[in-house]
Design a protein around this ligand. Structure first.
Ligand SMILES: Nc1ncnc2c1ncn2[C@@H]1O[C@H](COP(=O)(O)OP(=O)(O)OP(=O)(O)O)[C@@H](O)[C@H]1O
Length: 293
């Protein structure tokens, strides 16, 4: 089963501070979404509302057609894994897994055991006493094995070392192919995870500035490489970021879609056009006064 999500004019205020401004978007069920945003942009606030950890100040959220807040049926359908997951002081890893098994009806014990083995999680150890990376490994184990129709990972794998993170990405993709569900990943490690995203949402200062298919976002910019003079001529009048020079060869990223004629002109001048990284585009789109170029 997959569940879609609809968010309409969603606002969240903390006292007099507005963290989320009129967010409106629709997520189809059964896709992997990337949620990107700079520090403090409102990612956790948004995800907490989707997971019914928090009630919005205005607007509406519906998951599979139902409002999630204080909706026991919905809580079984949504699994929210945060980096700073709260663990009961006295709980062992085994207890944490047993509790998770009782929360999510689609829980797969055999898959959880496989992940425990992969991550070498010590079942008898108190969960609060695990290292940061091991806590993250426990978190992603719970998120994956929950098989919840809506599974949200809020930077939950940041504490893990690179091999463990790659294991997570691989497991997520394989398990998602076998058991399609709606997955939202918020991350600052954009390039590492970008290939998993089918669609990307970018929020900036509590406002949604992008919601598009990943492939379509990548067409918003191009990497242009070639002889420095030809690159400069081509880039004139265009928005340029991410400039690199090696000898007489230069590479720049130009922002904005290029039509066929512009691409043909570039190629005829000996320039190479390549795709732009999602991370470069994200940095450009969320740039603020005072940021380094
Ligand atoms: N409980 C709270 N009380 C008051 N302000 C809050 C509270 N929680 C978050 N905020 C504020 O809301 C804004 C959004 O915070 P949020 O944690 O949602 O951002 P984020 O995008 O997840 O950030 P990061 O990438 O740094 O984790 C920030 O300005 C933050 O200070």
């Amino acid at each position: 089963m997959t569940l879609g999500i609809e968010v309409n004019k969603l606002q969240l205020r903390y006292g007099s501070f507005t963290a989320l401004h009129d967010l409106t978007f629709k997520l189809d069920g059964g896709k992997i979404y990337g949620l990107l945003g700079r520090n403090g942009s409102g990612k956790t606030s948004l995800l907490s509302i989707l997971a019914s950890f928090r009630l919005q100040s205005a607007g509406s959220v519906s998951i599979g057609g139902e409002a999630p807040f204080e909706n026991a049926k919905m809580m079984e359908q949504v699994c929210f894994i945060q980096e700073s997951g709260h663990m009961n002081e006295g709980f062992s890893v085994r207890d944490a897994l047993s509790l998770a098994a009782s929360c999510w009806p689609n829980w797969d014990d055999a898959y959880a055991a496989k992940l425990v083995k992969m991550y070498d999680l010590p079942l008898k150890k108190r969960a609060v006493a695990l290292s940061r990376g091991m806590k993250s490994a426990l978190g992603v184990t719970i998120g994956l094995a929950s098989r919840a129709p809506v599974t949200i990972f809020d930077e939950s794998y940041l504490g893990m070392d690179a091999p463990s993170r790659y294991t997570f990405y691989e497991q997520l993709l394989n398990d998602y192919m076998e058991h399609p569900r709606t997955v939202i990943l918020s991350t600052h490690l954009i390039e590492e995870v970008a290939s998993l995203f089918e669609e990307v949402l970018i929020i900036d200062k509590g406002r949604l500035i992008v919601h598009e298919e990943t492939e379509s976002i990548r067409t918003k910019g191009r990497a242009v490489t070639g002889p420095a003079e030809a690159v400069d001529r081509f880039a004139q009048g265009k928005t340029v970021f991410g400039e690199q020079k090696l000898g007489r060869t230069k590479s720049v990223t130009v922002f904005g879609e290029l039509d066929d004629a512009a691409c043909e002109r570039a190629i005829s001048e000996g320039l190479e056009l390549g795709p732009v990284s999602l991370q470069d585009l994200f940095v450009h789109m969320t740039k603020r006064k005072g940021d380094e170029q």
